[in-house]
Ligand binder design. Sequence first.
Ligand code: KIV
Length: 270
Amino acid sequence: MTTTRDLREAAGEEPITMLTAYDAPTATVVEAAGVDVILVGDSMGNAVLGYDDTLPVTVDEVKSRTAAVARATDEPLVVADMPFLSFGVDESDSVEQAGRMLKEADADAVKLESGPHTVDLTERLVELGIPVMAHLGLTPQHVNQLGGYHRQGTDEDAAAELLELAEAHAEAGAFALVLEHVPANLASSVTEALSIPTIGIGAGPETDGQVLVINDVLGLSDRAPPFAEQFGDVRAEMRDAVDGFREAVEDGSFPAEEHSHYESDVDDVY
Ligand code: KIV
């Protein structure tokens, strides 16, 4: 079983792989492929729950999906993403909501979309035994504040602020840091400066690991960000299977003999 300690030790040694998953069957595929970390991301809002963004996602939704992933897997570290406003408003409420992910959903850690408001909270959660993965750069829960899903850390001040925040979260005890949609050279400097692993998404090749949203990887997304790569065409496979079912029912070839059973006793019922 992968632990937060294993990830810390992997920093700079071997690439860390992380993918999102939101259900048991997908999680088992991700586990079988040997991926180190499963993030039950609030990207489930767009990916599987039909919302336009991640803001409506609730603690109960993440909790239920995290529990499904945790039940289905043994090896990968399972990280539950804390949804918008479930943390950072009030400390004791934040601790309680994060704690539910470990106590009730069997998560191994939580991820917080981070900023100046999460440094003390990270320290408190870690002190209480709740491992924290920090997340800087593009934080999609701030989409309204940012006016879209734009690149972050693109000028000197923003880059310096990001580096400072990364160091503050590492010092507060975060065991890893996600860097989203930031320049590759900035991600490289942050990686160099930290002893905890960085996991990039749209952050170039020099982070300690890489993460993508599973729907983008599988080819299930309507729209994918420019930094994602589609490694399969699962939508086309699903479409073929569903077309096959409909056609077989319509032309009478399904159900066939092998899908049916007959009992002589019921011949006289009518
Ligand atoms: O919610 C999510 O899937 C994420 C990843 C994109 C890092 O935060």
